[in-house]
Design a protein around this ligand. Structure first.
Ligand SMILES: [Zn+2]
Length: 249
């Protein structure tokens, strides 16, 4: 392959790698927001559980106050029962005692229910708190991983910029002009592989003599349709991960 073609392929790889790194860097605020969202959601579950427990406790205090009133009435009626003079009075006070006892029983049952509920809610608060703690831990780990990744991306961008400057310096200015002109108009992809007689990016069939010339890899030839600089991969090996991207529109 001609060194000039090798250089322009190398330049395309660097441009694409820089583009990928920049896109990943640009996602940082969204990723931060997603992590904040996860933490907020876990915190919200704790707050909800605590609010339900507080509500349970205040409801229980209200029932206890009401119970005290009915217990007061019950002892008052019991004192009255000691002092009744007539049968009629006795029956009347017994009726009040029965009624007050019913009320006391109902309220005591309600308090018991609230206590059972309070146990469940206390367990729920503990559970959501431990979930929050492990979520916090996982998020901290994600943030650290993200910081490492971002530092790596920034370092990669610096390295790419240096390598790119070297390649650009070595490149024929005319080839560079063609590459820049095309890649500006073609979504950052100025170089394409020609395979089986077609341009693998725009999928247009090349004239047979053009394809034959491309197969020699000894000059800069542009696709008639998309104007990308074409090259040929002599080995039929499957495209490796570090090959020039072929899928961009
Ligand atoms: Zn093309």
């Amino acid at each position: 392959m001609s060194p000039e073609l090798e250089r322009v392929i190398a330049l395309q790889k660097l441009v694409s790698a820089a583009h990928d790194a920049e896109r990943r860097l640009a996602e940082e605020p969204e990723r931060e927001k997603a992590l904040d969202g996860r933490l907020d959601a876990a915190g919200q579950l704790v707050a909800t559980a605590k609010a339900r427990l507080a509500e349970n406790q205040s409801a229980r205090r209200a029932v206890e106050k009401e119970l005290a009133v009915h217990q007061g009435r019950l002892s008052k009626f019991r004192e009255q029962a000691m002092a009744v003079k007539t049968n009629q009075e006795y029956h009347a006070v017994q009726k009040e005692i029965g009624f007050a006892q019913g009320e006391v029983k109902t309220l005591e049952d309600q308090i018991l229910e609230r206590m059972v509920e309070a146990d469940e809610l206390t367990a729920l608060v503990k559970h959501t708190e431990s979930e929050l703690a492990s979520e916090q831990k996982a998020i901290d780990a994600d943030r650290r991983a993200m910081a490492t990744e971002l530092a790596g991306l920034k370092a990669a961008l610096e390295r790419i910029a240096t390598e790119r400057a070297e390649v650009v310096r070595a490149l024929n200015p005319q080839t560079l002009a063609v590459f820049e002109f095309v890649s500006r108009r073609r979504n950052g992809i100025g170089v394409a592989e020609a395979r089986d007689g077609i341009c693998t990016v725009c999928h247009v069939r090349l004239r047979p003599q053009v394809f034959n010339t491309i197969r020699r890899n000894d000059q800069i030839i542009q696709c008639d349709s998309c104007q990308r600089i074409l090259y040929f991969k002599p080995t039929a090996a499957p495209a490796s991960a570090d090959s020039v991207p072929q899928s961009a529109p």
